[in-house]
Write a protein that binds this ligand. Structure first.
Ligand code: UDX
Length: 464
């Protein structure tokens, strides 16, 4: 394929949006795709064959294609992350090249691949094919910076066992070890995950654009620093349905693209007083251990507040026996329409694992949080929620830090503090201010909107 000719033709720019096969990755990329379509870009959404089959109700405003990760019957067949990633690297590039050729032959050439930064190899393929490559970062800017510093060898993994150590990085608050992503500590058991995250930055400075699902004003210091080191860096978030923001995209409803079956809990919430319900969810991936499930269960019960708790089907057998039946003030569901829930006036606060999508959602809706990070980037997100944005309370681990269990009394104390205490009022006020700031950035004329327009304009106006 030769350099494309979009600059001299009148056809719409065509982006292939290539998502890594995980719920927390494809959801924001779909939302970003909707914004591109809204600005007149033609989008083809792409992920792996096995993953695309698990998703329901994908938007009709874009075409769908797939590549292979070598496990077309389901990535469970891989058996281990290492086998999965290695096979994907062998099979993925060839199937992507074939897809680009097919699209080109069908008169539908791709001008730009927007690829999840977990797949940096895509950039080489884009360049070889004379098309643009835009790396899409799904995580928080501070988390990106941490992994980038590992890539530069400025943070050594494994880090020293001395828990007094503080990590100092440019444009960031001092980090304790407990604020770092979990893969620093599970390095020996999960080396593939750490490598995947660090490798995002192996060639990022060569990408034509670096798009990040965050908001410039959320942390100006790190935004400025990042823009200095990567002039192509643009914040384009939050990539969540438009109905939560300025409703610019019509009929842009809640996420309905999950691999889980949503249960209705809105009727139940409708019968609860304003700010009376604790919403609890740990996202789509994290498993909790039985001890932690039990402590959460009894912490919720002892708080004596209403609660709505998402316990995925795979986690259900870890609940204390008959807990669901006996909890008069609680409702346990396997999956819910989280955005609808968070926007419901009965919700008082969100006990969250601090996955980046849940974090962006709760910040955008203005719901205060109780943080219970478990894995991956979540501890760093929690640090920002509590100490930088001041919109949450940290649920502390029990003295035995290594076990990382939040005991029932600690959770109960946080809930009472948040719902009934003075601190809760302050936090709620901060959450409302932050919500306004995010809405402004995402609305027409705001920083994220301007960046999206700039990106689209540059696609239209140049050749690679
Ligand atoms: C994963 C990682 O765990 C997380 O750390 C990383 O930041 C992103 O990838 P996940 O665990 O799924 O993500 O958490 P999160 O990023 O919060 O995404 C969960 C999504 O599922 C959110 O969009 C949320 O609205 C949705 N959700 C969750 C529902 O729609 N219903 C539910 O019942 C629970």
């Amino acid at each position: 394929m030769e350099n494309n000719t979009i600059a001299t033709s009148s056809r719409r720019a065509h982006c292939l949006v290539l998502a890594f096969p995980a719920q927390g990755h494809i959801n924001p990329m779909i939302q970003f795709s909707k914004l591109l379509v809204h600005e007149g870009v033609k989008v083809t959404l792409c992920t792996t064959r096995s993953f695309i089959n698990k998703l329901q109700n994908l938007p009709s405003s874009m075409s769908l294609e797939s590549i292979s990760d070598g496990f077309d019957n389901g990535f469970e067949e891989a058996g281990s992350p290492k086998t999965y990633v290695e096979k994907f690297l062998q099979v993925g590039p060839q199937t992507l090249v074939e897809l680009l050729e097919n699209l080109s032959q069908l008169g539908n050439p791709v001008d730009c691949i927007i690829y999840d930064s977990f797949m940096p190899w895509v950039l080489d393929i884009a360049k070889k094919n004379g098309i643009f490559g835009a790396s899409y970062l799904t995580q928080n800017m501070s988390v990106n910076s941490i992994y980038y510093h590992v890539q530069l060898d400025k943070i050594k993994v494994p880090i020293s066992d001395n828990s007094e150590d503080e990590i100092l990085l440019p444009a960031m608050p001092k980090l304790q070890k407990g604020d770092l992503p979990s893969f620093f500590f599970s390095y020996e058991e999960e080396p593939t995950q750490l490598k995947l995250l660090v490798d995002q930055f192996s060639n990022i400075d060569k990408a034509h654009w670096i798009l990040c699902n965050s908001i410039y004003e959320l942390d100006k210091e790190i935004s400025e620093w990042t823009t200095k080191i990567w002039p192509k860096f643009k914040t384009i978030g939050p990539n969540i349905p438009s109905m939560i923001l300025d409703s610019r995209i019509k009929n842009d409803q809640d996420y309905d693209i999950a691999q889980f079956k949503t249960e209705n809990c809105i009727d139940w919430l409708d019968n609860k007083p304003k700010w009376s319900v604790i919403y609890v969810s740990f996202g789509s991936m994290v498993p909790l251990n039985e001890e932690q499930m039990e402590e959460i269960a009894y912490g919720l019960r002892d708080s004596d507040h209403y609660f709505l708790w998402v316990v995925r089907a795979s986690e259900k057998n870890k609940l204390p026996k008959d807990f669901a039946k006996k909890s008069e003030k609680g409702l346990i569901v396997k999956w819910c329409a989280q955005l609808k829930v968070l926007r419901h006036e009965a919700i008082a606060c969100f006990v969250t694992h601090c996955g980046w999508n849940s974090t962006l959602e709760t910040l955008s809706i203005g719901v205060p949080t109780i943080t219970m990070p478990q894995w991956s980037d979540q501890a760093t997100n929690a640090k920002y929620i509590v100490d930088v944005w001041k919109v949450g309370i940290r649920a502390p681990f029990h003295d035995d830090e290594k076990k990382k269990i939040v005991k029932r009394d600690a959770l109960k104390k946080c809930i009472v503090e948040m719902v009934d205490g003075e601190k809760g009022n302050e936090i709620r006020e901060n959450a409302i201010q932050l919500k306004k700031l995010i809405l402004e950035a995402a609305s027409v004329g705001g920083s994220s909107h301007k960046n999206i327009l700039e990106f689209v304009k540059s696609l239209q106006g140049s050749t690679c």
